[in-house]
Design a protein around this ligand. Structure first.
Ligand code: SF4
Length: 267
């Protein structure tokens, strides 16, 4: 009998291994949570920078950072999903998102040459594993070493006070983006993956930008006969249906897990 194909979003792969029960609640049972103010701030930065970079693709008409900033404001004030602002405020999120948008346009974008922006990648089905990979790759860039993917990450600790971008823990996700980008665009992705970090601090001094590189992001995904890769482990876990919980997860809390109120693994 042919096994059913289950989709895995690139951005959810880390969560599958962090707490399989939380992953299944969201991605199989379809349970949702309101977005957070921090997540919406990230969405807003993605929206504004995408307008700016898209306008600079071949054949486009470049817009200014100020003009592209309209997309930042729209994303904050007209969110597509419910937002739980908690202690955050939309005005504060707008102020920080606009500052980071400008910083990206002035400090990062001039050094990049993009071949694709917000590339919605076709579903990549891996039939023998019973999974399909999906996701949107933030950027495909051209470099002297060929093409590579770039992923924009916002967050309080995205860039340290020493200017170093936090790259640990993102390799699986970047590896999936590489596979998807290659499948979708037909371009060989041979350059290192980039994380473009933007720190969401409240003060100007703590709103930092930077770039970190991750080499060999795909290597851990695809295993060998003797040593299964991350995708094989993910497929086995999903096909087993044994979605155990991890109450020691950093995200085991009502803000992050739709199962929190009823989860038997917390008892
Ligand atoms: S409540 Fe905790 S252990 Fe249970 S599914 Fe959610 S994150 Fe996992």
């Amino acid at each position: 009998m042919r096994q059913s194909i289950i989709s895995i979003r690139a951005s959810s792969l880390g969560e599958l291994f962090d707490c399989p029960a939380r992953w299944a609640a969201k991605h199989i049972d379809g349970k949702t949570l309101p977005s957070s103010g921090a997540a919406l701030l990230g969405t807003a930065v993605h929206a504004g920078t995408a307008v700016y970079d898209s306008s600079r693709l071949p054949g486009g008409t470049p817009v200014s950072a100020d003009d592209a900033a309209g997309a930042v404001v729209d994303a904050i004030h007209h969110p597509e999903q419910e937002v739980d602002w908690d202690d955050d405020k939309p005005q504060e999120a707008e102020r920080i998102a606009l500052a980071l948008h400008t910083r990206y346009c002035m400090e990062i974008a001039p050094h990049q040459e993009y071949a694709g922006v917000e590339l919605s990648c076709e579903r990549l089905e891996i039939a023998d594993l019973g999974i399909a990979l999906t996701g949107t790759t933030d950027r495909v860039r051209k470099t002297a070493d060929g093409h590579g993917i770039s992923d924009i990450k916002t967050g309080k600790t995205a860039v340290g006070a020493d200017g170093v971008v936090k790259t640990a823990g993102h390799a699986f996700q970047l590896g999936v983006y590489e596979l998807l980008a290659e499948h979708s665009s037909g371009l060989a992705i041979t350059a290192p993956a980039q994380i473009i970090g933007l720190s969401t601090g409240k003060t100007v001094a703590s709103q930092r930008s930077g770039i970190g590189e991750v080499n060999g992001a795909r290597q851990a995904l695809v295993g060998t006969e003797d040593s299964p890769g991350v995708l094989q482990h993910a497929a086995r876990l999903i096909q087993s249906g044994d979605f155990f919980g991890n109450p020691r997860s950093m995200l085991c809390g009502e803000k992050y897990c739709p199962n929190f109120g009823t989860c038997r693994y917390r008892r």
